[in-house]
Design a protein around this ligand. Structure first.
Ligand SMILES: *Cc1c(COP(=O)(O)O)cnc(C)c1O
Length: 405
């Protein structure tokens, strides 16, 4: 899955270009930077690689989401529908703009359940934010249709699914805006970084200013820039962008390796009749950074996790149900509104409501799900060995407590 696994001479070369001039900021200093515009080059490469008209780099995937929401005009009192299974960054961004996160159940796509979304719509709903978790995608046609019907914004959190496509288009380019994260464990990395993609020129112009203190970038020099609106600083540095530039040039190779390794391992797991797999709305568009698979019951899944742990083969396998970062069950800080700054009454009410909200439909899926991350470094022999050990662990548990339908 992560680009850091294949890090080397290309990254060092790009970073050294920047270090040689010492201009490690992305704007200004036109002369001294001697033609190095790594952030601009990376934005162009993102547009080219993923088929977006515009791309605005940011300091992280989280600030990419916050910036997207801000320029989309989402703020105080607006409700954003999002899934119960994601990374904490998704709701952090919602709260950062003053909006209200409305968490709803997932289905076997591991993201938004369509009926749950429909039921959650209120007059205050402004945006639907699917999160394309673990390398694969949401039911985008259905979500787009709901957004059209109700005049809502579709914002794709594609931070975990760089390179996934839906019906031929890159995820993150299908809604009004979409984001990738380039943090250290994502498919390509800048160390830290993110991007907002959009096909809407007006939105892009706002992003360009908003992420750099609202400067309009129209002055004869930076000091002459005007401020059509209030912005903030979500800039990426040239050093980070340089790393990303080396990584994006290798991304097709990363994706091909992921797909190959994924296919080999999945075929071994698929030989066990009790194992089923995540629903992928467009199977050919899976980025293959993970295999997400299910066992018939929570008890069996927990037993398999314990068996894999005992055998030392758990690393790289994620049991999200017990995970503190990714699933609503363990987000006590959110449900108890442990905010360091005052939050709005609307936000407080929505968060407190989570304590009693019924997420049994999500529990029934996540409690049976294990996601296996796909390494770019595995050899065929290593995959065969890993697969054989996983299959043996699963079969041992199934034989000890056979599934009785
Ligand atoms: C990684 C991630 C983000 C944002 O990540 P940063 O670490 O801030 O770059 C947002 N959403 C999801 C689903 C993620 O996995």
């Amino acid at each position: 899955m992560p680009g850091y696994e294949l890090f080397g001479a290309e990254e060092r070369k790009e970073v050294n270009d920047v270090l040689e001039t010492g201009i490690i900021m992305r704007y200004g200093f036109d002369g001294p930077r001697k033609g190095n515009w790594k952030a601009k080059e990376l934005e162009a490469a993102i547009c080219e690689t993923f088929g977006s008209k515009y791309a605005q780099l940011t300091s992280s995937g989280t600030t990419a989401l916050s910036a997207a929401m801000a320029v989309l005009g989402i703020g105080y009192g607006d409700e954003i529908i999002m899934p119960s299974f994601t990374f904490v960054a998704s709701f952090e961004a919602v709260l950062s703009v003053g909006a209200v996160p409305v968490l709803v159940d997932i289905d076997e796509t591991l993201t938004l359940d369509i009926e749950a979304v429909r039921k959650a719509i209120t007059p205050k709903t402004k945006c639907i934010m699917p999160v394309h978790m673990c390398g694969s995608m949401a039911r985008l046609d259905e979500l787009k249709q709901i957004c059209d019907e109700h005049k809502l914004i579709l914002l794709e959190d594609a931070c975990q699914s760089i390179g996934a496509t839906y019906k031929g288009k890159s995820v993150g380019t299908i809604g009004h805006a979409g984001t990738f994260s380039f943090d250290f464990v994502k498919t390509i990395t800048c160390g830290e970084g993110g991007v907002v993609m959009t096909n809407d020129e007006a939105l892009y112009t706002k992003l360009d200013g908003y992420t750099d203190h609202g400067h309009d970038h129209l002055g004869v020099d930076r000091g002459a820039d005007l401020h059509p609106f209030i912005g903030t600083n979500y800039r990426i540095s040239e050093l980070h962008a340089a790393v990303g530039l080396a990584q994006i040039r290798k991304v097709q190779g990363f994706l091909a390796t992921q797909k190959k390794n994924h296919t080999q391992l999945k075929s071994m797991l698929a030989a066990i009749p009790e194992v089923s797999f995540r629903v992928i709305p467009d199977e050919s568009g899976d980025s293959c950074s993970f295999i997400s698979w299910f066992l018939p019951t929570e008890a069996l899944t927990k037993a398999v996790v314990a068996e894999m742990k005992a055998q030392g083969i758990l690393p790289g396998n994620f049991y999200w149900f017990d995970n503190n970062w990714h699933y609503v069950r363990k987000w006590d800080h959110l449900k108890e509104v442990k905010s360091l700054q005052p939050v709005s009454p609307e936000q407080t009410a929505a968060l407190q409501k989570l304590q009693a909200q019924d997420f049994s439909a999500s529990d029934a899926i996540i409690s049976r799900c294990i996601s296996t991350s796909i390494s770019l470094l595995w050899t065929e022999e290593q995959i065969a060995d890993k697969g054989a050990k996983m299959v043996a662990a699963i079969q041992k548990v199934l034989q000890a407590s056979p599934v009785t339908a």
